[in-house]
Design a protein around this ligand. Structure first.
Ligand SMILES: Nc1nc2c(c(=O)[nH]1)N[C@H]1C(S)=C(S)[C@@H](COP(=O)(O)O)O[C@H]1N2
Ligand SMILES: [Mo]
Length: 325
C-alpha cells in the first residue's frame, strides 16, 4: 500500500514509538506536540489533549449495565496480583486507546465508538472441543466466576498503564467446553462490522484476530475481561468481552471477541499477518528484544508520563516464566 510519511514524524516515531505498524504510522503524539502525517483520507487529524476528569464526567458514558451484570460490579478484588505503581486514572485510560477498527489515532477512539453496539452479543466457542457452545455474553457473565484484578498493560509502542480489570479466568471457560487433546492453540476473532467500524473499510486482514498456545490460554493470568474500574467495559476498551494477557504486548489482548476456536495449527493473527517482521506470534514483553524501530528498555505510563524500566514478561515471570524455558 502506498504511504506518505513525513521524515520528521519518522524520527519522532523512532524515539518514542507511536504506532504498531509501518502502514499506519502517520502521526506522532508527544505530549502537547502534534505532528500528523498525511492520512490516506486526506484529513490531518489533530493531536488533542485528553479532556479533564471533570469534563470527561459530563460526556455521554460509553458503557451501561445490562440486566445480568448489574449484580456483578464492583467484583471482589483478587489480591494475588499486586501492582508496583499507582493505577492509571480512569479518564486517561478511557481516552487513549488502540482500536484500529475505529481509528488509527488513540485520542479519538472513545468518540468514534458512538454507533457501535456491544449488546446483544453472541459468543461462539467451537473447534476441537467436546462441548461447543454459542452463548449470549450476559448468560456467560451470569455463570462465570467474576473477580477484579490489578494488571499492568504494556503496549508494544512503549507506553503502559495499570488498571483494575473485571473478568473471569479463561480457564473457567475451558473447563466448560472441554477441549480435545488435539487442540494446541486458541484462536480469537473480533467483530466485523464496517458499517459502524470505519477502520474496517480500510486495509487490514479484518476482522482482528489473535491466538495463544493452549498452555498460555490455560495459565492463571489469562483473563476474559468484561469490566474495568468497577463497571462494565466501555466500548473503547473492547466491550462486551476482551482478552487480557498481561505478560504479552497489548496487541495480543484482543477486544470485542465474537469467536473462540480451539485449533491444531498456529492461527494467523492480525499484526503478525500485516507486519510479520515487527510483530511475532508470541509477543512476550521483553526489554532485551528491541522492536525493529525502537528500544523496549523503558516504558512511559500514560497520564503521568513517568518512565519505568520495562520488566521481563512485564513483571509476570512468577506466573508464566516456566512456559518459556
Ligand atoms: N479488536 C482489537 N483489539 C485490540 C486492538 C485493536 O486495534 N483491535 N488493539 C490492541 C492494542 S495494540 C492494545 S495496546 C490494546 C489497548 O487496549 P486499551 O485501549 O483498552 O488500553 O488493545 C489491543 N486489542
Ligand atoms: Mo498496542
Amino acid at each position: 500500500m502506498a504511504n506518505i510519511i513525513l521524515p520528521s514524524a519518522w524520527r519522532i516515531a523512532e524515539r518514542e514509538a507511536t504506532s504498531e505498524s509501518v502502514y499506519v504510522t502517520r502521526r506522532a503524539c508527544l505530549g502537547l506536540l502534534g505532528l500528523g502525517g498525511l492520512a490516506l483520507t486526506g484529513i490531518l487529524p489533530g493531536c488533542s489533549m485528553p479532556v479533564s476528569e471533570e469534563e470527561f464526567a459530563k460526556e455521554p458514558r460509553n458503557w451501561e449495565f445490562s440486566g445480568a451484570d448489574r449484580t456483578v460490579y464492583p467484583a471482589k478484588r483478587n489480591p494475588a496480583f499486586p501492582l508496583d505503581r499507582p493505577l492509571t486514572a480512569e479518564h486517561i485510560a478511557a481516552q487513549y486507546n488502540n482500536f484500529y477498527e475505529f481509528s488509527e489515532a488513540k485520542d479519538d477512539v472513545w468518540r468514534r465508538v458512538a454507533r457501535y453496539k456491544p449488546r446483544p452479543w453472541q459468543i461462539e466457542v467451537k473447534g476441537l472441543v467436546r462441548k461447543p457452545m454459542q452463548i449470549d455474553v450476559d448468560d456467560l457473565l451470569r455463570t462465570m466466576p467474576i473477580e477484579e484484578r490489578l494488571y499492568r498493560l504494556r503496549c508494544v509502542e512503549a507506553w503502559a498503564m495499570a488498571v483494575p480489570w473485571t473478568g473471569f479466568p479463561f480457564k473457567a471457560l475451558l473447563d466448560r467446553v472441554e477441549p480435545l487433546s488435539t487442540a494446541r492453540y486458541v484462536r480469537f476473532t473480533s467483530f466485523h462490522k464496517p458499517s459502524v467500524a470505519m477502520g474496517q473499510r480500510g486495509y487490514g486482514p479484518w476482522p482482528y484476530t489473535e491466538g495463544l498456545t493452549m498452555a498460555e490460554a490455560m495459565n492463571e493470568l489469562t483473563l476474559l475481561v468484561t469490566g474495568i474500574y468497577g463497571h462494565p467495559l466501555p466500548k473503547q476498551h473492547g466491550a462486551p468481552l476482551r482478552l487480557v494477557t498481561p505478560w504479552k504486548y497489548g496487541f495480543k489482548s484482543i477486544k470485542s471477541i465474537t469467536r473462540i476456536e480451539f485449533v491444531h495449527e498456529p492461527p494467523a493473527t492480525f499484526w503478525n499477518t500485516l507486519v510479520p517482521h515487527e510483530y511475532g506470534f508470541q509477543a512476550n514483553v521483553n526489554p532485551a528484544v528491541p522492536h525493529p524501530r525502537w528500544s523496549q528498555r523503558t516504558e512511559r505510563m500514560i497520564g503521568t508520563n513517568e518512565r519505568h524500566p520495562t520488566l521481563f514478561l512485564n513483571g509476570y515471570k512468577r506466573w508464566v516464566g516456566h512456559l518459556y524455558t
